[in-house]
Design a protein around this ligand. Sequence first.
Ligand code: DC
Length: 231
Amino acid sequence: MSEKLVIALDGPAASGKGTLGRALSDKMGLAYFDTGKLYRAVGMRMIDTDSDFDNENDVLSATDWLVEHFTPELLQDARLKSDEAGVGASKSGKYGAMRSKLLELQRDFAKNPQNYLDEHTASGLHGVLLDGRDIGTVVCPDADVKLFVTADIEKRAERRLKELQNNGVEVTYSDILADMKARDARDASREAAPMLAADDAVVVDTSEMTPADALAKSLEIIADKAGITIE
Ligand code: DC
């Protein structure tokens, strides 16, 4: 396996891409970066400072704050998993200037993942996997393999409902479906780096797949595209 394998994993919310990204990274020995966490951290900062998502300067200040204070630990904040942070991320991510501020950090991780990991985790890495919305199109356009993971919106809403209910959050299916439609529309229709499958991405539709199926299918695609054998 090449030392510098770069895998781009894009797709909409609750498509199964986070679970898949972590499973692929474990299996293949890749450094995993959930780039949505960066956008979520900006969204959370906006909320914490009572800022206005319609004011680009507020979003840029929150982004500057994140870049200045960035440490991998900052992305471990449990609040970043909330829907509130996800919506804040999506609202913040529509500004092109904001996205540019996060670009360097993401590209630096792709190039120098060892700088973001402890020595033990960094040793023996075979490459990196970045998960997001514009990894294959903007952040790592030269990635060795690009996967675009998707699923029917109803399936994604069902998955999110189960996840939230398991965490004791009271929500209805119709609210989740409506939120997901709004989030998809915002992410896909923004002018700056919209969520889009790169021309050379392989689409993995997980609507009828278990996480194990999605992993097996993706490993097959990666082995084929990168010309490698994965044990
Ligand atoms: O993957 P996620 O649900 O954690 O992402 C939250 C939001 O952040 C998503 O709705 C859009 C935004 N995002 C983005 O614009 N670009 C990325 N590379 C990752 C996330």
